[in-house]
Design a protein around this ligand. Structure first.
Ligand code: NDP
Length: 479
């Protein structure tokens, strides 16, 4: 039987075609509250898009742990044999919600695991590093990726001006301008936790860790020309590929791996292991197998399950911890704060964000607090209390951090080697990859004033004279 159309309060609607008017040519009646409700809802159909990572594609899936890493972590979600439901959201960084999927950009790679110890979010990218290592620079960097306030257009001049004065960015820029900067679909790229995190074992020992998610579909990419042609055909290339593959039962998979560094080694590496612009070389810190995740179910409602999915690095579980990575520390605040603004104070109560385990907190009231008291006992609305409300669990305390120093503002560019790691990447590329790296970079520099380009080329020369000269030759070819 067809279901009855109702108002949001459940009252049946007699006519959803014709407005209530005083005669066929007469004015509307205020009492047609169903019309008012309909128009009012339409006005409220949009929420603010994300400031970064606005355009996204996602799906539900399952994480399976196939290897024993219990020597490093007590996290139940990482125990061998465990399967955990999850939801994943991929995204571009700079484009707005309507941006074309196949543009060259870094891709977000955000994973939410619904564990029995609360949600664990891994909010990574398809690159192991980022453009900056000090969170003071994040708003400035993002401004260069967004629209110029006067022209309302993207500004390559702003991008290269910023990068030329921020050589720590050129490792990430090298990846962005390489084949990996334009993957053919979300399924054909790796994910990286990027930050250094920590793992805590059952005997409360800490190691530092990097997370890697390696595509089983292989790396496939589009050249600049192919990407332009693709965007001419469709602006939704990634959505079509990912949604279509899952609908057809071709479930994409990623191998989950980690690199582990002993806690005391952090002071001995030639690079700062908490620097987001650096990788840990595989030769020093080999990849360790952990498991695999598969995406196997499309959302029934994109808005409810993908657009309002709220990922935050602050969501961790016992056995997984943070590190002194400054950008991670800032994101622990700023991601949850972005959701409070965009979705509302109680965004964790939305079905897609709601943990599968019991939640007990003394946060109270506020707009859209639909869960009612969550303190664990009716008379307990403050803590401590004598009424059986939820209490802290000291057994989850992490070992004390042994890293400390004098509180000061340390110049993050002083004595930092920003050239060796992009050099290693440049050198491992074959001739074809390098040629595309040079031409993609040259094309991205179109229209930028020469003095700004010369500053950047000076940095490329320091990475490798061949890199700088390669870009110069590619620019000359463009004319
Ligand atoms: P390795 O030779 O062991 O690793 C090089 C890695 O580079 C590969 O494993 C692959 O990562 C990755 N890679 C290949 N082509 C590209 C590309 N176009 N863009 C980005 N990454 C690419 O050497 P090292 O570990 O000593 O690292 C050398 C350089 O490789 C680093 O300076 C860094 O730029 C880059 N790299 C290193 C990673 C790491 O965690 N050590 C991870 C990714 C890149 P993958 O196996 O993840 O696909």
């Amino acid at each position: 039987m067809t279901k009855k159309l109702t108002t949001t309060a459940g009252n049946p609607i007699a006519d959803n075609q014709n407005a209530l008017t005083a005669g066929p040519r007469g004015p509307l009646l205020m009492q047609d509250y169903q019309l008012i409700e309909k128009l009012a809802h339409q006005n409220r159909e949009r929420i603010p898009e994300r400031v970064v990572h606005a355009k996204g594609w996602g799906a539900h899936g399952t994480l399976s742990i196939t290897h024993d890493i219990s020597q490093y972590t007590k996290a139940k979600v990482l125990a061998k044999g465990t399967q955990t439901p999850m939801i994943c959201r991929f995204s571009t960084v700079a484009g707005e919600m309507g941006a074309a999927d196949n543009e060259r950009d870094v891709r977000g790679f955000a994973l939410k695991f619904y564990t029995e110890e609360g949600n664990w979010d891994m909010v990574g990218n398809n690159t192991p590093v980022f453009f900056l290592r000090d969170p003071y620079k994040f708003p400035d960097f993002i401004h260069t990726q967004k629209r110029h306030p006067r022209t309302n257009m993207r500004s390559p001049t702003a991008m290269w001006d910023y990068w030329g004065q921020s050589p720590e960015a050129l490792h990430q820029v090298t990846i962005l301008m390489s084949d990996r900067g334009c993957p053919v679909s979300p399924m054909h790229m790796n994910g990286y936790g990027s930050h250094t995190y920590s793992l805590i074992s059952a005997d409360n020992k800490r190691v530092w860790v990097k997370f890697h998610f390696k595509t089983q579909q292989g790396h496939e990419f589009l050249t600049n020309a192919e990407s332009s042609a693709k965007i001419g055909e469709t602006r939704e290339g990634f959505q079509e590929e990912l949604f279509g593959a899952i609908e057809a039962g071709n479930f994409p998979k990623w191998d989950v791996k980690i690199q582990v560094m002993q806690e005391e080694d952090a002071g001995n590496t030639p690079y700062n292991p908490f620097d987001l612009t650096k990788v840990w070389p595989h030769g020093d810190y080999p990849l360790i197998d952990v498991g695999v995740f598969e995406l196997n179910r499309n959302a029934d409602n994109y808005f409810a399950e993908i657009e309002t999915a709220a990922y935050s690095p602050s969501n961790i579980v016992p056995g997984i911890g943070f590190s002194p990575d400054k950008v991670l520390q800032a994101r622990i605040f700023s991601y949850a704060d972005a959701h409070r603004y965009r979705l509302g104070t109680h965004y964790e109560q939305l079905p897609v964000n709601r943990p599968v385990c019991p939640v007990h907190t003394y946060h109270k009231d506020g707009k859209m607090n639909v869960m009612g008291p969550q303190t664990g006992a009716g008379d307990a609305f403050y803590e401590p209390n004598s009424f059986g409300g939820a209490t802290q669990s000291p057994e989850f305390a992490e070992p004390a951090l042994k890293i400390s120093g004098d509180a000061d503002r340390y110049n993050h560019r002083d004595g930092n080697d920003d050239y060796s790691q992009p050099r290693a990447l440049h050198d491992l590329m074959d001739d074809g990859q390098r040629a595309r790296l040079y031409s993609n970079t040259a094309e991205a520099m179109a229209g930028v004033p020469e003095d700004i380009i010369n500053t950047v080329l000076g940095h490329y020369d320091k990475i490798s004279p061949a890199y700088g000269d390669g870009i110069r030759a590619a620019r000359a070819k463009l004319g």
